[in-house]
Design a protein around this ligand. Structure first.
Ligand SMILES: Nc1ncnc2c1ncn2[C@@H]1O[C@H](COP(=O)(O)OP(=O)(O)OP(=O)(O)O)[C@@H](O)[C@H]1O
Length: 188
């Protein structure tokens, strides 16, 4: 994926001002910048949820998974059913269960996700993105609410199952880059 001179303003206020970034297939980068600088806006532009005012995004893979800052789970559905909603028949139920078990959720697979803790929900959200089988993973503060051990376990899980996917992760914490195998840190 190649981003060149991307610009985006809201109500006349420039949020992205000629941002450029290249991410190779299989590459990992962490995007760090002060709050309000436009990190989420950049991810939304990449995902096609915002239209840039100018600049180019090229070599964008077709399959993109997006972990939003908010969980965006279906609260009345179980963890397994939340994941099944994005995988369809591409993954069997046993496989989905194994993914969630790897993240330490073995005892909580079938209850509505509204009954899970914030950190448990976050792991379901990450597993949902990984199980989608994307070529590009956009992660917006993915480890929010996880302690150090759960963060490393979750980062290891992402790295184990990413295949050749590129990862672009927004974070305020350099430890997230370390957990993701020493990801490049990009600032703007
Ligand atoms: N749809 C929108 N309409 C108007 N202003 C917006 C919109 N989306 C974002 N903004 C503004 O753009 C700026 C950048 O927001 P954005 O969420 O991209 O920043 P961020 O770097 O991700 O912040 P944080 O680290 O706090 O999550 C903010 O001033 C925000 O209010």
């Amino acid at each position: 994926m190649k981003i060149q001179h991307l610009c985006k303003a809201f109500d006349g206020k420039m949020v992205l001002d000629h941002v450029s970034l290249t991410l190779e297939s299989g590459g990992t980068a962490c995007l760090m910048a002060p709050s309000g600088r436009g990190k989420t806006t950049l991810l939304r532009c990449i995902a096609g949820l915002e239209t840039p005012d100018s600049g180019q995004i090229t070599d964008l893979p077709e399959r993109i998974a997006y972990v939003f800052q908010e969980d965006r789970l279906c609260d009345g559905f179980s963890a397994v059913d939340n994941i099944r909603l994005v995988t369809g028949k591409a993954l069997g139920e046993g496989e989905i269960r194994r993914h969630l078990e790897e993240l330490g959720l073995a005892g909580s697979l079938d209850q509505p996700v509204r009954e899970l803790s914030g950190g448990m929900r976050r792991r379901v959200v990450i597993s949902r993105a990984v199980c989608f089988g994307a070529d590009l993973l956009l992660l917006d503060e993915p480890f929010k609410g996880l302690d150090d051990e759960a963060r490393q376990q979750t980062a290891d899980y992402i790295l184990r199952h990413r295949g050749a996917a590129a990862i672009l992760c927004v974070t305020h914490d350099r430890e997230d880059a370390a957990a993701l195998g020493g990801a490049d840190i990009v600032t703007f």
